[in-house]
Design a protein around this ligand. Sequence first.
Ligand code: GUN
Length: 288
Amino acid sequence: MTAKIIDGKAIAEAVRGEVRGEVQRFVAEHGRPPGLDVVLVGEDAASVVYTRNKEKASNEVGMRGRLHRLPANTPEDAVLALVRELNADDAVDGILVQLPLPKGIREPRILDAVDPAKDVDGFHPVNAGLLASGRPGLVPCTPTGCMRLLAEAGASLEGARAVVVGRSNIVGKPMAQLLLAQHATVTLAHSRTRDLPAVCREADVLVVAVGRARMVKGDWLKPGAIVLDVGMNRGDDGKLCGDVDTASAMDVASWITPVPGGVGPMTIACLLANTVKAAYAREAARRA
Ligand code: GUN
């Protein structure tokens, strides 16, 4: 079997097109664009690129996107003050504080300060709790993107065995909740899971988000599995690669995401979608 490629780049472009239309409708209805404010503390090279891309992408779909850059030595209270200022600003619908934060700044203190109605990352405990309870809220962007990729691949999740490898708050845990909500039987595995290859081999749907280059090999897969690779690593050969050994997995899986061009492009597209969703929900709450 040669796996078909799930083209995340093309699907993300389609999502952006959908968002562009929703932004136009929002502007027509409310006389202002949805606003996304991204906060970057410090100079982490990857974070600088990611946050610039988020600002650019939001402006490209007609939103008001702004990037706030603070030096690495900014006191925690000053970061908190900026978050509170953005919470109070009615033109701001989405607030995203880029992670990781510099040492000395307590991440939970900052993330907990974001208004849950503006928490377009879905990292606030209120939104995490809503997701765990199966209630509507803002859902983290990468797992949301993964669900869209599964839908595009025609995955039937009801009753399927799904394995998520990686238990982060950003990807693994919310991914497991979303699959469960679609009636999959979900195993949440991680680096300390005993006989991980055997656990992966049970998966009709396998989502890998552990951050280890090419860890999952073709012989870890059930024939015909759908494989989503959330990893973004630099391999020993210096090349960008995922957590899945794509070359050997291609012979066993039915569908697979490439790296780059798979899950990655979906994250920003879903951030834009979350921002429009937050904007509509805030306007609805204001009028209620
Ligand atoms: N750092 C790496 N991924 C993310 C993300 O999705 N959101 C934020 N805020 N920071 C990140």
